[in-house]
Design a protein around this ligand. Structure first.
Ligand SMILES: Cc1cc2nc3c(=O)[nH]c(=O)nc-3n(C[C@H](O)[C@H](O)[C@H](O)COP(=O)(O)O)c2cc1C
Length: 192
């Protein structure tokens, strides 16, 4: 057996998100966030296309996003309670990193692989934040799929989309364990 990185394995076998609504200040400052972003940027990426980028949202930017969610919800005719819940995710967030999928033209790498890589960047960012001791949660929400919101509130270009909002802060409560998949049901062993 090759030598194991037991601490890393133990982390991966026990990791879990902390619900965004339980996150509090303080959030990581720039110095604390840099290694977390650096770890996320180490995500597998076929062809070195870098099909993702990060937008760090703090302070007044989160208030602005909450307000943009309200405008978007009214335009989409969402119920008031849905709008309030979605806006609170930003208004109450200590810090949020928007992971943006950036589709690159490539004769070799299909768009779906760039999408997978952007999703992987979200998990890498989430795991790095958790490993650094922060509470963190990967959220999307209906506004994240609305082109008007992405353009007006986040300045995304047409070839860009939102892979995830990673909320990061100090954990307010440790959630109960969540049921995990039955490995036998999702794993097939093929040896011939
Ligand atoms: C792409 C994506 C979007 C998600 N969006 C939301 C969301 O908007 N609201 C929510 O409550 N959970 C959302 N989740 C689920 C949570 O991030 C997370 O999967 C769940 O809390 C369990 O995480 P854990 O396995 O780290 O414990 C999303 C997950 C993914 C992968």
């Amino acid at each position: 057996m090759p030598p194991a990185n037991q601490a890393a394995l133990d982390f991966l076998l026990s990791r879990r998100s902390r619900p965004a609504k339980t996150l509090r200040a303080p959030a990581p400052d720039r110095a604390a966030l840099l290694p977390i972003l650096t770890a996320a940027a180490r995500t597998p990426d076929h062809g070195k296309l870098e099909p993702w980028r990060f937008i760090v949202l703090e302070g007044a930017a989160l208030t602005r996003l909450a307000s943009a969610v309200e405008t978007t919800g009214a335009r989409l005719g969402k119920p008031d309670e849905d709008i309030t819940k979605a806006a609170s995710a930003f208004a109450d967030s200590p810090l949020c990193v928007a992971v943006v999928e950036v589709q690159k033209d490539s004769p070799k790498i299909p768009p779906i692989e760039q999408t997978y890589s952007a999703g992987a960047a979200c998990l890498a960012l989430l795991n790095a934040a958790l490993a650094a001791g922060w509470g963190a949660n990967w959220l999307s929400g209906w506004a994240s799929h609305d082109r008007g919101f992405l353009t007006d509130a986040l300045g995304l270009q047409p070839h860009e989309s939102l892979a995830g909002f990673i909320h990061i802060g100090t954990e307010g409560a440790v959630p109960p364990e969540r049921p995990r998949p039955d490995l036998d049901a999702i794993t097939e062993w093929v040896s011939e």
